[in-house]
Ligand binder design. Structure first.
Ligand SMILES: Cc1cc2nc3c(=O)[nH]c(=O)nc-3n(C[C@H](O)[C@H](O)[C@H](O)COP(=O)(O)OP(=O)(O)OC[C@H]3O[C@@H](n4cnc5c(N)ncnc54)[C@H](O)[C@@H]3O)c2cc1C
Length: 475
């Protein structure tokens, strides 16, 4: 194997692998190094997202949502089935198959693009040299004109409730349960905690979610967060806000979780605990002496707007740098960096990163919340449309939630779109595209939307911003 490359990418997750592929598309000689190892010791590209994050969680969310709907909705459609049962082993086997197919797919993509796939550990040394330790333990030194660091992130631990990979697990562990826990404690009501809590709740676990903050989903539009909390509570998620976990005691019956909230010191006994309090950047053994790459106080690799580190021709992308820890944000950074390396133009629009929570109802947003717009002080208008008034949503038995558009009152430019309801994560793409082109609500109003579709909710919300909605009374 030649030791010289134009680009070496360290990390083959959703930030690193697209960067490697785009760099190869740009006719550069590329290697991508990744050390991800599954629990059985097998190596796999795809990072957290494909192996232990986005993909397996969505596989389980889909299975459990179908299970839930079979129990609660089929009768409304006139469908009679016997007792609906969930075979957890079969559900997990399906998930594993999807994950394997996706991660193997990356190797196939690398082959077709001409990227050299290297499985093992990579470390940046001084002068754009990279130490690579392969699966067999053999060490070699590689050189590249450009090095891209895409080493990702790892779950944050809570010292008072340490992981034991059995009763106290991280998000990966919670995706691997072989049986439904009778009672599950989830620490953290963020995106991951809510998705994982939903999975096991739908299968019958009692789920208590302990969240230290007093506000539910503070990053979302307040109206959406309020609607979401109502639905999750109705589904039986016992969400305790302002609940700071202080410790735990393990016994053979489970885990006694101690926490303090407005009522004082409390405790709850659960069978399993998922600690989902966030993730931190991962840079263990990544940077050698004199590599010239700096970390900030929170451990993120310091980069400029275009993902350049302080070291010449060394870039960093994805979860290991500032910004939301999202696969699509990392992917965009990877592609842009590969283009910049090739001398092309490119820029990530950090103002328009969509967020999605894959619960039921689904939640998605892009741009500014109404609260942020209000705080900025400019005149604004709001249009909303409830899915209850959507023929398609009603036909789907999924008429919960609404679509909300916040726009500048004077220029009419759309500033933010917030959706809670069916397929919100798909619907938000229209909003991202519209906002990329600085669309106004009038642009959306004059865009024909097929009937009957869920996307009509966006159309009607845009019309409602000017009190022109057709399918709801305008207020
Ligand atoms: C349960 C869960 C659900 C999620 N769901 C979503 C979702 O629905 N949508 C979404 O956008 N995001 C989701 N995320 C977040 C998403 O997984 C991350 O934002 C994304 O994986 C970050 O990509 P990355 O490439 O920066 O890092 P990673 O995916 O963490 O990949 C980094 C890779 O680099 C490797 N590596 C690290 N250091 C070295 C080294 N020195 N040498 C070689 N290899 C190295 C790691 O082993 C890993 O394979 C979820 C996360 C979790 C945990």
């Amino acid at each position: 194997m030649s030791q010289d490359f134009d680009v070496i990418v360290i990390g083959g997750g959703p930030a690193g692998y697209p960067c490697a592929i785009r760099a190869a598309q740009n006719k550069l000689k590329v290697a991508c190094i990744d050390e991800w190892q599954n629990r059985d010791g097998s190596y796999a590209f795809g990072g957290t997202c494909l192996n232990a994050g986005c993909i397996p969680s969505k596989a389980l969310l889909e299975s459990t949502e179908l299970f839930h709907r079979a129990q609660t909705e089929f009768a409304a459609h006139g469908i009679t089935v016997g007792a609906v049962q969930m075979d957890v082993a079969a559900m997990q086997a399906r998930k594993a198959k999807i994950v394997k197919g996706s991660t193997m797919g990356i190797l196939a993509l690398f082959k077709s693009a001409g990227v050299t796939a290297l499985q093992g550990h990579g470390k940046l040394l001084k002068g754009n040299r990279v130490e690579f330790i392969g699966r067999d333990g053999a060490k070699q030194e590689l050189i590249a004109k450009h090095v891209v660091l895409a080493s990702g992130s790892t779950p944050m631990a809570l010292p008072s409730v340490p992981f034991d990979n059995d009763r106290v697990v991280d998000s990966w562990g919670a995706l691997e349960f072989a049986a439904v826990p009778k009672k599950l404690g989830v620490i953290g009501a963020g995106v991951i905690g809510l998705e994982l809590g939903s999975v096991w709740r739908r299968l019958g676990a009692e789920v208590v979610v302990l969240e230290a903050l007093d506000t539910f989903l503070p990053m979302a539009d307040a109206a959406v967060a309020k609607e979401a909390l109502r639905h999750f509570q109705k589904q039986g998620l016992d969400i305790r806000l302002g609940a700071k976990v202080t410790g735990c005691e393990k016994s053979k019956d489970g885990v006694l979780l101690q926490f303090a909230d407005a009522k004082g010191n409390q405790s709850v006994v659960v069978e399993k605990v998922v600690v989902a309090i966030g993730r931190r950047p991962y840079t263990a053994e990544l940077l050698g002496e004199g590599a010239g790459v700096e970390l900030d106080a929170r451990g993120f690799i310091k980069v400029d707007h275009d993902c350049r580190t302080g070291a010449a021709n060394v870039w960093a992308i994805g979860d290991v740098v500032r910004g939301p820890m999202l696969a699509h944000k990392g992917k965009e950074e990877g592609v842009v960096v590969a283009d910049l390396i090739a001398g092309k133009v490119g820029e990530v629009n950090y103002d328009l990163i969509p967020s999605v929570i894959y619960t039921a109802p689904e939640i998605a947003w892009v741009g500014k919340t109404e609260e942020q717009v209000k705080q900025a002080g400019g005149a604004y208008k709001v249009g909303t449309f409830p899915f209850l008034a959507s023929g398609r949503a009603r036909a789907m038995e999924a008429a919960n939630g609404f679509c909300k558009i916040v726009a500048d009152k004077d220029s009419d430019e759309i500033l933010g779109v917030h959706i809670i309801g069916p397929m919100a994560g798909e619907l938000i793409a229209e909003a991202v595209l519209a906002m990329e082109y600085s669309a106004s609500t009038e642009d959306l109003q004059r865009t024909m939307h097929a009937h009957p579709t869920l996307s009509e909710a966006m159309h009607e919300a845009a019309l409602n911003a000017d009190k022109l909605a057709i399918d709801i009374p305008n207020r």
